[in-house]
Design a protein around this ligand. Structure first.
Ligand SMILES: *Cc1c(COP(=O)(O)O)cnc(C)c1O
Length: 442
């Protein structure tokens, strides 16, 4: 069947559209692009047929069907051939029910969508499998793309370099010198990316790479690229699928450059338009108060968006003052009766610690989402019996520095209210037993 998709202008420029096989990032008016699917063609299959197909592929043993992204490929990149798809087993992440933790927050139905349990440890894999697979196809079609590049400090560069290594496509990462930890650097280094450590900040890296890709055949993987959002959209489809093809009442997600909230909204809207779900969830974007331009715009009734200067936050992946996808996010929030909430450094670290005590191991960005959730439940914006899904964006093991510092009580200006530091003791059984008697009834 002839399923297809193309780029159109996000701002709705009439008649402006491009093939997905073209190297193009922006509309001629400078605005962002959006991937638009031929919904009439997709409607040739009934909602029941789509659900049955996606359910069957979720249980498949073969690739790429087994991938959470490629199991839904007609809705993602309908024209790509299987031989061009590059998968590292992304998607199909667990939707974990957390009843005890939920009750501790005052909620009867809480799930954590574990998007950080992915090949490179963050949800960025979901978008990058799509972008790099499409680059692979374009190279096979003879497009002169020599490498894929991005300016990023953390999760995006890890995903770019892993998928490019899988594809044997060279990759290049522009990083600000001395602002990146070894832990953040090690994934692109290990995957063989060309890592440029530049004497500037992140914005300087972004300006440089944009100049380079304008003049040389390097494909830009930064988040204005709308291909990535098509992969990230599958998180919404998975959530509905995992709830028996229903939307929850609420989905909470941390936001920085704000592509992810748009992708989630797009996924839910597409399911509704195709009759796969009958109602949209409400969306919550949670921002760190040190980098909260969307929160400010929300408070001002959406009309007065202004970039802010982001201050340092432990939620480093969302330390962004002028998000690329601000208007995409506002559109998604308007369509989904959305709410924006913020969390201070203290609140986000405490929320992480409380969640970890219930068996999770949360990254600081997920802590921002959980802290926002706590506030919205307290204010009764979110009701006790409503179903809530929190999108966890990265694996906590990628962000152990701040967690160790919290439990060691060495975070500047942050009280470690739930610290659980190790207890130093001599190798003496009486002292050990005395300590254990303090801890448990023995
Ligand atoms: C990229 C990222 C985010 C922010 O996603 P946006 O689409 O930029 O809003 C949040 N958490 C983690 C761990 C990330 O890597």
């Amino acid at each position: 069947m002839g399923f297809s998709a193309r780029y159109v202008c996000f701002e709705g420029c009439e008649g402006e559209s491009y093939s997905l096989d073209e190297v193009v990032y922006r509309c001629s008016n400078g605005g962002l692009l959006d991937v638009e699917h031929d919904l009439d063609a997709l409607r040739e299959r009934s909602p029941a047929q789509w659900k049955a197909l996606f359910d069957e592929r979720s249980g498949a043993r073969t690739w790429p069907d087994r991938s959470g992204v490629w199991g839904k490929r007609e809705w993602v990149l309908p024209e790509i051939a299987d031989e061009h798809i590059l998968t590292l087993g992304e998607g199909s992440s667990h939707l974990l029910p957390m009843p005890r933790y939920g009750r501790s927050l005052g909620l009867d139905h809480l799930w954590i969508k574990q998007c950080g349990h992915s090949h490179t440890g963050s949800f960025k894999d979901l978008g990058m499998t799509v972008l790099v697979s499409q680059v692979n196809r374009m190279r096979a079609l003879g497009k002169p793309i020599v490498a894929v590049g991005c300016a990023s400090t953390g999760d995006t560069s890890a995903a770019v370099s892993a998928y490019c290594a899988l594809a044997e496509i060279p990759s290049v990462v522009f990083l600000p010198a001395d602002k990146i930890s070894v832990a953040q650097l090690v994934q692109p280094i290990a995957n063989g990316a060309t890592v440029l450590s530049l004497d500037t900040d992140f914005d300087g890296c972004m300006r440089l790479i944009q100049e380079v890709v304008d003049a040389y055949p390097i494909y830009l993987a930064n988040s204005m690229n709308s291909l990535r959002l098509e992969g990230q959209k599958t998180v919404a489809i998975e959530i509905a699928q995992q709830l028996g093809w229903e939307a929850p009442e609420w989905v909470v997600v941390p936001g920085g450059n704000l592509g992810n909230v748009y992708a989630l909204g797009k996924g839910f809207t597409m399911m509704k338009e195709l009759g796969v779900i009958d109602r949209l969830p409400r969306l919550v974007v949670a921002q760190a108060s040190h980098a909260n331009p969307l929160y400010q715009a929300y408070k001002n009734g959406w009309d007065q968006y202004a970039p802010v200067t982001a201050k340092k936050t432990l939620a480093s992946a969302i330390q962004i003052g002028d998000p690329v996808s601000i208007h995409r996010a506002i559109r998604a929030l308007r369509e989904h009766d959305g709410v924006v909430e913020e969390a201070s450094e203290q609140e986000l670290m405490d929320a992480c610690a409380r969640a970890d005590r219930h068996g999770l191991f949360t990254c600081p960005h997920t802590g921002v989402a959980l802290a926002a959730l706590e506030k919205l439940v307290q204010r009764q914006v979110i009701g006790k019996d409503e179903r809530v899904v929190v999108v966890s964006t990265a694996h906590g093991l990628k962000f152990t520095d701040s967690k160790v510092a919290y439990h060691s009580r060495t975070l500047d200006g942050i009280g470690s209210h739930h610290a659980n530091p190790p207890i130093p003791l001599p190798a003496d059984v009486d002292r050990v037993v005395a300590e254990l008697q303090k801890a448990f009834a023995i």
